[in-house]
Design a protein around this ligand. Structure first.
Ligand code: UD1
Length: 424
């Protein structure tokens, strides 16, 4: 396992080209299962999660081939309908193959992610929506078995605009008989990207990006070539890293229209932002100011940026309040930030962050993809050399994050974690 040694105090400057969006690419890869033949997806980030989704497709009988960031998926031999536990365990998002498998074969068998059962909160919205479309579920030996000899359109109102449930239902609906309406659908740009690819493949979809998505099922899908949208979470993570170091960077291939609220908040914090059609320049030349924010489904402030923003706000002038509304227990990393000298108190889903002048280096863990990025951001602003352990989490979601930070002038060094084996 790798750890990252980060010596704080260097200003970031220069430009960085963004990768394709992880959360889009994973679903585009799953969508390739709908068509027989060769689908080509450009701008796919070569990160652990996308490699895992590649393994899921291979397990189903597809063949995948990478050429730089272009991924070719040949589904001609794909006949499988089962996704095994060892892959779902690595990445919960693997369950998004349910929708396309049901559309194509009317049956699917997917291992349940850890802590999930049919009634559990984590997949209840997927299951309820599918049931409306005629899918019957049973649970055996840790697997969710879904069958739908008569997969039909339905009117589905989601309790919450879940990203995964919207995508899974959308991919089933495009191949179901008749008309589906998904109400209270998630509106994330990644859903619009998925819908664009599905439409190119032959699907009939209206309203992706709005709260009601209407779908008219069709029988035939053509394989296509599609380019993944740039990663708005990665863009914002680099922007926050620049702000915490009083830096000045250009995000190449960034789409400001996907980042409106995030850029507003960084503007409130004192950043200078210049957006063109295909790039964003962001700089900060003073100590940032406190801002309050609330995470919400898109177009609200993304929960996937809450930890990185918390790291930035831990060194601003003033006191900020963050309210986390999307995921319970997404404040676990706060203890790690406090170990670096941050002054953050949490109460339920609220956090009060009193900005401190400087953070100080400490050994810290990266608890998940975004919390890991947050620790690295904090380390860029800390006195001394911070050791960020469990870097594999960061590698799941960011392509060569440390290499690209180094190219912007950060003092970062990746090392193998010293092994305890053989020690007395
Ligand atoms: C996706 C993103 C993730 C992001 C999240 C919210 C991918 C691969 N991951 O995750 O990075 O943080 O959107 O923007 O795209 N919920 C239920 N029942 C369900 C489904 C969800 O209660 O059946 C709850 C979840 O527990 C959570 C909330 O709804 O509290 C949001 O989850 P959801 O939007 O589904 O997130 P994911 O699609 O898993």
């Amino acid at each position: 396992m790798d750890r990252l040694l980060v010596t704080g105090g260097r200003r970031l400057s220069g430009s960085v080209r963004l990768s394709g969006a992880k959360n889009s690419a994973l679903k585009l890869m799953a969508a390739s299962l709908l068509a027989e033949g060769t689908t080509v997806i450009d701008n796919v980030p070569r990160i652990v999660d996308c490699l895992t989704m590649g393994e899921v497709l291979e397990h189903l009988g597809a063949r995948t081939e990478w050429n730089g960031s272009t991924l070719t998926i040949d589904t001609s031999g794909a006949r499988g309908v089962e996704t095994p536990y060892e892959l779902v365990r690595k990445m919960r998002a693997s369950i998004v193959v349910l929708g396309p498998l049901l559309a194509r074969y009317r049956t699917a068998r997917v291992a349940m992610p850890g802590g999930c059962n049919i009634g559990s909160r984590k997949i209840d919205l997927h299951v309820k929506g599918f049931e409306r479309m005629g899918v019957e579920f049973s649970s055996k030996h840790g697997y969710l078995e879904a069958t739908a000899p008569d997969l039909h359109g339905a009117f589905v109102t989601l309790d919450f605009p879940s990203v995964g449930a919207t995508e899974n239902l959308l991919m089933a609906a495009v191949g179901a008989t008749g008309r589906t309406v998904i109400e209270n659908a998630a509106r994330e740009p990644e859903i619009q990207d998925l819908a664009s690819m599905l439409i190119e493949m032959g699907a009939k979809i209206d309203g992706a990006g709005r709260t009601a998505i209407e779908v008219e099922g069709v029988n035939d899908f053509e394989p296509v070539r599609h380019r993944t949208i740039p990663d708005r979470i990665e863009a914002s993570t680099f922007a926050m890293a620049a702000c915490v170091t009083a830096g000045d960077i250009v995000l190449e291939d960034a789409r400001a229209d996907h980042l409106e609220l995030v850029l507003d908040k960084l503007d409130d914090a004192g950043a200078v932002i210049e957006a063109t059609e295909r790039s964003i320049r962001i700089s900060m030349d003073d100590r940032p100011l406190a801002v309050d924010l609330v995470t919400l489904p898109y177009p609200g402030f993304p929960t996937d940026l809450q930890p990185q923003m918390m790291a930035l706000l831990s060194v601003v002038r003033g006191t900020s309040i963050i309210t986390e509304n999307v995921f319970e227990s997404r404040f676990m990393f706060v203890d790690e930030l406090n170990r670096m000298g941050a002054d953050i108190r949490t109460e339920g889903h609220h956090a009060v962050i009193r900005g401190v002048e400087r953070l100080s280096a400490a050994p810290v863990r990266s608890l998940d993809i975004r919390a890991g990025a947050a620790m690295i951001i904090a380390a860029l602003a800390a006195d001394g050399t911070t050791e960020v352990f469990d870097l594999y989490h960061v590698d799941r979601g960011y392509e060569d994050f440390d290499g690209r930070l180094a190219a912007l002038g950060a003092d970062v060094r990746r090392e193998r974690e010293p092994s305890l084996v053989g020690r007395a």
